[in-house]
Design a protein around this ligand. Structure first.
Ligand code: HEC
Length: 174
């Protein structure tokens, strides 16, 4: 009996450790050098939300399978679960020197069933110095990104107000 209880305690401990490990698993990958850029536009101007940082956005292979449908005259973009759009942000607005590393990385991770998701995306920022990831459950990221689904001043400006799944520079297959 005592043995069984001890075993149960060990098992419980083990399960806690597994849960903690799962919770701490990073959302963003270590290496995205083989990913595709979502735009060739030079993002070397200040914007609210991402401020005075030169920015380079990438998308993973799952995200490149984005589908579009037509609904009520608007094009509706839908990124599959597992899509990651990741945006490097550099120290200043100048183009990064060869080998220069970004200071932070912004991520949109498509995972609609995740309780931390907002609008189907988990919004995350990784500090490159500490590798610490912060998930934004507050409306901060999504409130501004909802403007991507209406005409806006960036990229092709979304003149028809297509529903772009909160993405300002949608991935277009070449
Ligand atoms: C006040 C507006 C604003 C806020 C707040 C904001 N963003 Fe953005 N974000 C933009 C704009 C505009 C772009 C277009 C690309 C660029 O110029 O950098 C963008 C681009 C991105 C991209 C590349 C995909 C795309 O939309 O083209 C990611 C990823 C991203 N933001 C993540 C985040 C995260 C995570 C947060 C919250 C911590 C956040 N953003 C907060 C305005 C904002």
């Amino acid at each position: 009996m005592r043995k069984a209880r001890a075993l149960a305690a060990v098992l419980a401990l083990f399960m806690c450790a597994a849960a903690a490990a799962a919770a701490a698993a990073p959302l963003l990958p270590k290496d995205w050098s083989k990913w595709t850029r979502t735009t060739d536009v030079l993002l070397n101007y200040r914007i609210p939300g991402h401020e005075n940082h030169y920015r380079i956005p990438f998308i993973n292979d799952i995200g490149a399978k984005v589908t579009t449908t037509s609904r009520d005259g608007r094009t509706v973009w839908e990124y599959p679960k597992g899509t990651i759009i990741l945006k490097e942000a550099y120290q200043g607005l100048a183009a990064p020197a060869p080998g220069e590393k970004p200071i932070s990385v912004y991520g949109m991770v498509k995972d609609p069933k995740n309780p931390k998701a907002r609008g189907g995306w988990v919004w995350v920022v990784q500090d490159m110095a500490t590798k610490k990831e912060s998930i934004f459950e507050s409306p901060m990221c999504i409130d501004c990104h909802s403007y991507a689904n209406a005409p806006h001043p960036y990229g092709d400006k979304n003149p028809k107000g297509d529903n772009r799944d909160f993405v300002f520079f949608p991935f277009v297959k070449k």
